[in-house]
Design a binder for this molecule. Sequence first.
Ligand code: AHG
Ligand code: MN
Ligand code: MN
Length: 343
Amino acid sequence: MIRQLTLEKHLQRYSETVTQGLAVAAAVDAIAVAAVEIAELTGRGALSETSGLATGRNSDGDLQRDLDVQADAILRRCLGKLPIAAFASEEMREVEIGAREARICVAIDPLDGSSNIDINMTVGTIFSILPAPDDLDLAFAQRGTAQLAAGFVTYGPQTSLVLTLGDGVDIFTFDRAAGCFRLARRGVRIPDTADEFAINASNRRHWDPPVRAFIDECLAGADGPASRDFNMRWIGSLVAEAYRILTRGGVFLYPSDARPGYGDGRLRLVYEAHPIAFIVEQAGGVASTGRERILDLAAHSLHQRVPLIMGSSGEVRRVEQLHCDPLPAVSAPLFAQRGFFRL
Ligand code: AHG
Ligand code: MN
Ligand code: MN
């Protein structure tokens, strides 16, 4: 019965099989311990002295809520007990060099989707674990393919930890009664095609033509080139969107757009796109900028942003095709005459 397998046992088996396994397993275990504390904190909502109120801006200019800072502190405390060569966080301007002889580096988004905290929506923690390079200044300038492990935790109805150690994707759900993470889904696979797309449609007028063309195809549904109807979701929390796509397929787009500062989209390569892309590919999906494979990219700066289009391979490949072979410009897009979307 898979439910009997705990995260602890799973990590123990893994640590005995690969080099760096012990260090990776210890880091994932520390993140799981921190996640239980963060789940408790986010679960208290307005009852806790911390809240979703903004307390300032982080180094990337994003609104920083006190729960972002609290989650960061909890993860740093739990990971701080381990030998980690280099540590990076969305909430820290610079990389923190630790034990130079250590074998791994860790990058985190302590609280993803934090704009959702005060509306009681699922938020989460994203993590990426990399080998320690000789030159630690390049710790987070490695390609996404270098990752040893990656995953995310959702703080929602379930506290679930989605994990890849490089050999598929497993989901462990926290069993509050037993006080441990138990295996809930083993070898998760993303369906190759799906009828659900997720994008912040309020930005349509800022999108590049290939993204508009793809979304117009989805909106045209059975009347258009896709010959089937679609559904739309937008939660504003990457971890929640990723969990849905791992559960029933679909495509998520946070493309670059014409707004100032969004020329490379909104999501950060090192601690959002790389780990999510590793999970998505390990589950049989595709993660792309629209033109390039996310995992082939290496960051030139810690908080570098990147367009992220990920999910079911059929839909992501269609977006890539529209980037490579753009449709002929039309004078009035599909919906101009219906007024559904204006240019
Ligand atoms: P974070 O809270 O770590 O800054 O991440 C928020 C991200 C991502 O989770 C979500 O998909 C996206 O921002 C939502 O962006 P918009 O608010 O622009 O829709
Ligand atoms: Mn985030
Ligand atoms: Mn965040």
